[in-house]
Design a protein around this ligand. Sequence first.
Ligand SMILES: CC[C@H]1O[C@@H](n2cnc3c(N)ncnc32)[C@H](O)[C@@H]1O
Length: 483
Amino acid sequence: MELKNKKWTHDEFNAIRKEVLTHWPTGSEVNFEEAVKYHENIPAKRHFAKRLVKAKNNGETLTQPRAGVALIDEHINLLNFLKNEGEADLLPSTIDSYTRQNQYKEAQNGIEESLKAGRSLLNGFPAVNHGVKGVRRVVESVDAPLQVRHGTPDARLLGEITIAAGYTSYEGGGISYNIPYAKSVSLERTIYDWQYCDRMIGLYAEHGVEINREPFGPLTGTLVPPSVSHAVAVIEGILAAEQGVKNITLGYGQCGNLVQDIAAIKALEQLADEYMAKHGYNDTVLTTVFHQWMGGFPQDEAKAFGVISWGAAAAALAKATKVIVKTPHEALGIPTKEANAQGLRTTKQMINMLKDQSFPMTKELEIEINMIKAETRCILDKVFELGNGDYAVGTVRAFEAGVLDVPFAPSKFSLNKILPARDNNGAVRLFDVGNLPFTPDIVAFHKDKMNERAKAEGREASFQMVIDDIYAISKGNLVGRPR
Ligand SMILES: CC[C@H]1O[C@@H](n2cnc3c(N)ncnc32)[C@H](O)[C@@H]1O
């Protein structure tokens, strides 16, 4: 396996496809030509890419939950409930943890145990085991655009089955579904396997079927600085575009300071346009997704609604194309369908009240946008240099050098040298920039911001601040002030 950021030939792809489709018996149900025909009969309003483009053109912020249960009928009921009672614009199928680890035998047990117990004993929808035929029952029973949401390092068979079954969007990427989701799977392996997924979707595009791809923006969802998640998002967007993907949604996880979050979405849009054009991907349609707070939530449901509302407000004011919605059960676990629908309605109310308002381009906002762009460019350009012009190779080397570094990542391939913490206004800064290739003025900016808070709190900027900030929101605050 030689990793390079170059579009695979049909022969290269088909040689591997033969083997991928043997990973579980349901792989034999995949027939590409038949699947292309099936997609041709999916009405436009159930087509993820088309719905996103319409929202971008209309300035809408669409709502989308996470949701997935073990059995097909219950999963259909759940999705229709979230559409009808939750007013969701877009629907997921969140895949279970066994499937995410390619443990299809265990997933099969989970299905059988769920049948016996009469309730879902899996934390998501085991699409590989249900196969093309079973997943098509979902596609034909839910009148909304459907996306596969998961956290799968090797997502090749899952992609083959769900896209052949009629799903029109696929989340994930070789970095964003490795670093936060795996301990010791190499980046070479997952970037290569995700090139397969992207090439598969490029193949559908060559046959007139446009499938949306969405790299996983938030990464570890724990105080990830915008420039770190943007660098990964833009790289995954470029890797997907190289394999022929034409419709890409780049994402960002809410940090909590409104100016920084709005700036992050604006900067992400501008960076994505800039780097896609710079590398010659001029026919790729780009949209954005804002994830409501991905860190620890308050147990108290009323306070959880406060966090959800704040995420909805930031997404609306940032004019993100879509927002991924949390629920008042976030601190407890998998939400009931009622709680999930409540999170959606809360979000919808906020978006509707804010859609006729816009956040002014203040000096503060402009500074934040420019800072995020400058930081992200430092990282992206260093990755490109390390890879001698190849972002795939450059990414592997960048993680080895700490040029890319994701805070609190389980992966042994992330140096975990950087330390984020909030400044006195709650924006996420870097208390320790680790080996990030920032210019001295950027390093000084972060230092000044941390010292400003240290002075206000009468304590040294320290690792304790990082810990305090990790728990702050679940304890009812934003900044982890000393007790
Ligand atoms: C990325 C982590 C997020 O995904 C959510 N999540 C994971 N599995 C499910 C699920 N099966 N149904 C609803 N939400 C889910 C979880 O609550 C957390 O907000």
